[in-house]
Ligand binder design. Structure first.
Ligand code: ACO
Length: 427
């Protein structure tokens, strides 16, 4: 039986249906509000706006819960691989062994990038940011693969092609940015091992695959694979709602992810920690700058729109750092600084009152540094991980008959009507 919320305004009442999710989440359905009252809702940043019903990812920001298709992130990080988790997100269930093998074979089959694309890479200025290059190149893929995405088979093929090629393109852009020979993928390697191989193998020094690093990379990408209606996913859904092609749509997601308030935070965190270390700043000084409302500085890697407790992904990331760095004989001073910052912040009244806890980006940069990933590639690593989430959410949106072109309203606060003044009559 449908429940209703009653809105009272200007002496009238309106019954608005209540929508309830499978985890008991509630929303007031205001779709008829404007039509019935002439009013709209006002919610800058959409913090209280549900834009869809989704069966992909469940988050509870108060309790620090994250599940993909019902499975807790902790269990996936412990037992799954990135390829299997991608299948889960996109198809709604874990694959059988046969399905997983087929997926892995197809990912290997699609791993090469059209040779002509190398010309584009060669011509970007050397100092270009890899996220700008990735966004442009994913958009450019449309010119190389103009096929339509209509049937389920076409969709599966294009998704696997994107998952495979974006990884190859990321490694390729790194090699070209260093002026090194591009290393081709190997069909006998798994998805993550292949990425490390394409990044770090050289004709003079073969790269030896370390299974602990492969595992750490799997976990890193699993943790980033989806996060329901975040900024970049919303960009993907907004652009996708105009029926733009999948490549242009993903390119918009990559652009959104690049921002330092979103995926760009992993780079910003390491830059912040490096600055603290190089300049010998005290932790107290940094914390007091973060609290100073006249200073635009924020503690990067802290705070989240949804999590009001410890981000469950940050907990796993911290554990992985503690496991992987000693194994690689790395004693990174930035890890020590991060831990001290965390300790001081979590005991500080400001951070407690504002519910500011470490988010996934706080420790992820330290893990990526340990793997040898350069700082300006950190957000590209996030983008590869987020790809299955973007694809799953894009498809769910297109398949949802309740979805429409994304087009919010506004409250206009500009001038009222006034006449055009010819240029010679202006003061
Ligand atoms: N350091 C200091 N103060 C902070 C921080 C921080 N990291 N984060 C939030 N605050 C304060 C704000 O100053 C604001 O205070 P005010 O209400 O007195 O003005 C209050 O907390 C609320 O912050 P908002 O920015 O309004 O909250 P919102 O939900 O929009 O922000 C965000 C979330 C953007 C993540 C924010 O916490 C932030 O800027 N964090 C640092 C950047 C970061 O780590 N981003 C990665 C997020 S995770 C991801 O996208 C993968």
């Amino acid at each position: 039986m449908t429940e209703y919320a009653t809105l009272t305004f200007e002496g009238k009442t309106l019954e608005l249906p209540i929508v309830t999710g499978t985890e008991g989440e509630k929303a007031i359905d205001i779709r008829m509000l404007r039509q019935k009252t002439g009013y709209i809702t006002f919610d800058p940043g959409y913090g209280n706006t549900g834009c869809c019903k989704s069966a992909i990812t469940f988050m509870n920001g108060e309790k620090g819960i994250l599940r993909y298709r019902g499975i807790p992130i902790e269990e996936l990080a412990e037992n799954s691989t990135f390829v299997e988790t991608s299948y889960l997100l996109i198809n709604g269930r874990l694959p059988t062994r046969k399905e997983l093998t087929r997926t892995s074979v197809m990912l290997n089959d699609f791993s090469l990038v059209h040779e002509d694309m190398q010309n584009f890479y060669q011509n970007f200025p050397r100092a270009s940011h890899p996220m700008g290059i990735l966004s442009a190149m994913v958009n450019a893929l449309r010119s190389f693969y103009p096929e339509l995405v209509e049937t389920d088979e076409q969709t599966e093929m294009i998704f696997l092609r994107l998952l495979s090629k974006v990884r190859t393109m990321a490694a390729m852009s790194y090699k070209i940015s260093r002026g090194h020979k591009v290393i081709y993928p190997r069909p006998d390697y798994t998805y993550c091992a292949n990425f490390l191989h394409m990044m770090f193998d050289t004709p003079v020094k073969p790269y030896v695959i370390d299974q602990d690093l492969v595992r750490a990379l799997n976990v890193f990408w699993i943790l980033h694979a989806d996060h329901e209606q975040n900024c970049s996913t919303s960009a993907v859904k907004t652009v996708g709602s105009a029926r733009a092609n999948i490549y242009a749509t993903l390119s918009a997601g990559i652009a959104a992810l690049w921002g330092p308030l979103h995926g760009g935070a992993n780079q910003a965190v390491v830059e912040m920690l490096a600055k603290i270390w190089k300049e010998g700043l005290s932790i107290e000084e940094v914390i007091s700058r973060a609290k100073d409302k006249t200073d635009p500085f924020r503690l990067m890697g802290f705070g989240h729109r949804v999590y009001k407790t410890y981000d469950p992904r940050a907990k796993i990331m911290k554990k992985i750092c503690d496991r992987v760095l000693p194994k690689l004989n790395i004693n990174d001073p930035l890890l020590d600084i991060a831990k001290k910052l965390e300790e001081v912040a979590l005991n500080d009244a400001y951070f407690i009152d504002y519910n500011l806890y470490p988010n996934v980006d706080f420790y992820s940069g330290i893990l990526l540094r340990a793997m040898g990933i350069p700082t300006n590639m950190f957000t590209v690593m996030f983008a590869i991980g987020r790809l299955p989430g973007w694809l799953a959410q894009w498809k769910e949106n297109l398949d949802d008959p309740e979805q429409k072109l994304c087009r919010p309203r506004q409250i206009y606060t500009g001038s009222n009507q006034k006449p055009y003044i010819p240029i010679d009559d202006r003061e």
